[in-house]
Design a protein around this ligand. Structure first.
Ligand SMILES: [Zn+2]
Length: 251
C-alpha cells in the first residue's frame, strides 16, 4: 500500500462502524480524497480533534483497495471562530458541502483548494460580511469547474444581452443571461436588475479578498440569491442541507 502526504481541509465527516469516521478531504496535491480514520471517535484518539469539519491538516494517508486510510494528521489551522459563531459556521459549512457536491474525486487542480482555504480565512474574519464573500465563492467555484455563467453575452445566441426596462433575464438551466429574443423561450428564467447583474460581474471577476466592498443588500441580494441558487441547483441536482439551513438563518 502506498503512503502519501497531503495538505488538506476536512470538508465532510460522518461516523463509520463503531469507532471510526469517514472524512472527505480537499487536498492541495490530490484533489478530493475520501478516507477512513480508524478509531477517530474514541476520545483519546490522536485523530479525534483533527477529523472535524474545517480542520486544515498535514496528513499522511495510505491508499487501499476501496478506501484510503488516514494514518496521521497534524492540525495546521482549526478555524476555531467558525465553530463558535453559528452564522459564520453555517456559511462555511455550505461552502464545504457545495465543494463536495460539485467537485469530482481526484482532480489534481490546486485552484479549488486555494479558493476554499482563502474563503475559510475570510469567513473566519468577524468584521467581514459573509454574504458577498459567499456569492464570490460560488461564482468562482462554478467558473473553475467549467460552469462559468455568461453575464454579458446572451447564452442562447451569443449577442450582447441588452436589457429591457432596466433588467435582464437569467436562465438557470442555460447558465446565463438572455437577450430579448431568446427570453421568450427561456423557461424558468429569473429577473435580474442591472444592479444585481453588475454585482455578480464584480464578484465573478474581482479578487475574493475584496468581495466585501460589493454591497449586497435588500432587493439586489435577493435577486442574486434567486438566480445563483437556481443555477447551482441545476448543477448539483439536489438541494444541499447546509443551504437550506443557511436560508433559515438569513430571513
Ligand atoms: Zn439571444
Amino acid at each position: 500500500m502506498a503512503l502519501y502526504n497531503v495538505d488538506g481541509i476536512v470538508i465532510r465527516v460522518r461516523n463509520f462502524q463503531e469507532a471510526d469516521k469517514i472524512v472527505v478531504l480537499l487536498t492541495r496535491e490530490e484533489g478530493k480524497v475520501e478516507a477512513v480514520a480508524r478509531g477517530a471517535r474514541r476520545p483519546r484518539s490522536r485523530l479525534a480533534a483533527a477529523t472535524q469539519l474545517f480542520s486544515r491538516l498535514r496528513a499522511q494517508l495510505f491508499s487501499g483497495r476501496s478506501l484510503d486510510t488516514l494514518s496521521q494528521a497534524e492540525i495546521v489551522e482549526s478555524f476555531r471562530q467558525l465553530r463558535e459563531d453559528l452564522v459564520r459556521m453555517a456559511y462555511a459549512t455550505y461552502a464545504c458541502e457545495l465543494m463536495d457536491a460539485l467537485l469530482p474525486e481526484r482532480q489534481r487542480h490546486e485552484a479549488p483548494f486555494l479558493l476554499l482555504l482563502t474563503s475559510l480565512h475570510l469567513f473566519n474574519e468577524p468584521d467581514l460580511p459573509p454574504e458577498p464573500l459567499l456569492r464570490a465563492y460560488e461564482l468562482k467555484l462554478l467558473s473553475m469547474l467549467g460552469f462559468r455563467p455568461s453575464l454579458t453575452a446572451c447564452v442562447g445566441c451569443g449577442t450582447e444581452a441588452v436589457q429591457q426596462n432596466g433588467s435582464v433575464r437569467f436562465s438557470p438551466v442555460l447558465g446565463g443571461v438572455l437577450c430579448p429574443a431568446c427570453s421568450a423561450e427561456g423557461e424558468g428564467a429569473v429577473r435580474l436588475s442591472l444592479g444585481a447583474l453588475e454585482s455578480m460581474k464584480r464578484l465573478l471577476d474581482g479578487d475574493i479578498r475584496r468581495a466585501h466592498v460589493v454591497r449586497l443588500g435588500g432587493e439586489v441580494a435577493a435577486e442574486v440569491d434567486q438566480a445563483l441558487s437556481a443555477y447551482i441547483l441545476v448543477r448539483t441536482e439536489r438541494r444541499l442541507k447546509s443551504k437550506e439551513f443557511l436560508d433559515t438563518l438569513r430571513v
